[in-house]
Write a new protein. Structure first.
Length: 436
């Protein structure tokens, strides 16, 4: 929005580019309203406001001060108008005023950061690690993001990672700002102002949303920053001397792009192969399933999801195997695969749950029950795990202890299956013979 706005109003762009910029700006406004993204609205206000202020500052601080006052009045007027005319805006703002889940989510995330302050819980681990710290936020069963990129990346990458990211952003913003104030050509100042405003709006949006975890947004941010830096870069007389560094940078960028492309293709291939393996497992086609698991390992051997799916497959097969030796061999293989998953991702709840099922098949019910009770405690808002803890307790003859877990599962999910199971447990406990 900010970049398209400055292109639309700057006369030096030429009529075709101004029309394209104005069209892009106008057609982007209405979808922004329809998305109901309050963080998006904040980012747009910051970006547009900064773009207008920077454009005005080209003519001196007097114009910049006047622009700031006009912007405040304009934003107040737009807000007042939308509040009284748009049900979408009014509903979203009223919801925020009553209390937003983000505040609860951030409190839990701060606890996660406190336990992993230096290196974090690991890249991409927030979705898995968060549940062990979910004590305040109750509305989301499976939050993938912290809805604040600064907290999210601090949780995953620790103080080291967020410091490096802050340095990178700081260097970029300072360089563009210095170039803006020192630019000799008006065209450069316009492009730099639009680019700076776009990046500032993105940073504001990121404080309330998962802006950088949407790959399209990340690519667009890099593209805008690269174009603005490239177009406004000063012409150097020592270009020949720096040709070697430029070639090295290009080579590194090419290698990184190739790595990302290969990784993406591998992940796509594994996803398709595992879908086929799941279908073969459901149709009881063991030979096909094993062949597909082998193919998946060929595609991406280090992907822990392959080990998890294969471990689940072996565990389920062992439950139906009448040959004791073969059954034990399958259980050993499944256990090794579960341990492999937990080494790669210690937060993966499905591996721990699968391990409990494996122990149950082996007759080690006490250990299996202990895992399920710990999972129910660590995931207090997961109805399935609460119900599974109740089932395990009931099978161990501890029906009265099972009732609170099944009751919690019913309250969380409002699933009729859980309600029926709860009634069965209550009836069983009521008619149980008294001890002694």
């Amino acid at each position: 929005l900010p970049l398209s706005l400055v292109l639309a109003v700057y006369r030096g762009c030429g009529l075709p580019l101004r029309i394209l910029g104005g069209y892009t700006f106008l057609v982007s406004l209405y979808p922004l309203l329809l998305t109901q993204s309050r963080a998006g609205w904040i980012g747009a206000l910051v970006g547009i406001g900064l773009a207008v202020w920077l454009m005005a500052s080209r003519k001196g601080m007097r114009h910049a001060t006047l622009a700031a006052l006009i912007l405040l009045a304009a934003f107040a007027g737009v807000g007042f108008t939308l509040w009284h005319t748009s049900e979408i805006v009014r509903a979203r703002v009223e919801k925020t005023m009553k209390g937003d889940v983000r505040l609860q989510l951030w409190q839990d995330t701060l606890d996660l950061i406190q336990d992993h302050p230096v290196l974090g819980s690991g890249p991409g681990s927030f979705r898995f690690a968060y549940h062990d710290y979910q004590h305040v936020m109750k509305n989301y069963l499976d939050p993938e993001f912290a809805h604040n990129e600064y907290l999210h990346f601090t949780a995953e990458l620790g103080g080291v990672g967020i410091t490096l990211a802050a340095l990178a952003w700081g260097v970029l913003m300072i360089a563009l700002t210095r170039r803006f104030w020192k630019a000799d050509r008006d065209r450069d100042r316009v492009l730099l102002g639009g680019g700076l405003a776009a990046l500032a709006g993105t940073l504001a949006h990121a404080a309330f949303d998962f802006q950088f975890n949407i790959y399209g947004n990340a690519v667009l941010i890099i593209t805008v920053a690269g174009l603005v830096c490239g177009v406004t870069a000063p012409i150097r007389s020592d270009r020949e001397r720096k040709a070697g560094a430029a070639r090295l940078t290009a080579l590194l960028a090419l290698l990184l792009s190739a790595y990302v492309l290969v990784t993406g293709v591998r992940y796509w291939g594994v996803t398709r192969v595992l879908a086929g393996a799941d279908a073969a497992t459901r149709s009881l086609s063991s030979a096909d399933a094993e062949q597909l698991f082998s193919r998946a390992r060929f595609w991406y051997a280090s992907n822990w999801r392959i080990a998890l799916r294969e471990a689940d497959y072996l565990r389920k097969r062992s439950a139906w195997n009448r040959n004791p030796e073969m059954r034990e061999r399958q259980l050993d293989e499944a256990e090794a695969l579960y341990q492999q998953v937990l080494r790669a991702n210690p937060w993966e709840v499905n591996a721990r749950y699968g391990l409990s099922g494996l122990l149950w098949i082996r007759g080690e019910q006490e250990q299996a029950l202990d895992i399920r009770l710990r999972l129910a405690e660590q995931r207090p808002f997961d109805a399935f795990l609460q119900a599974e803890a109740a089932v395990a307790l009931d099978m161990m003859g501890r029906t009265r202890e099972a009732i609170p877990y099944m009751e919690k599962a019913w309250i969380l999910a409002r699933d009729e299956t859980y309600r029926k199971e709860l009634n069965k447990l209550k009836a069983k406990a009521k008619h149980a013979a008294p001890a002694g």
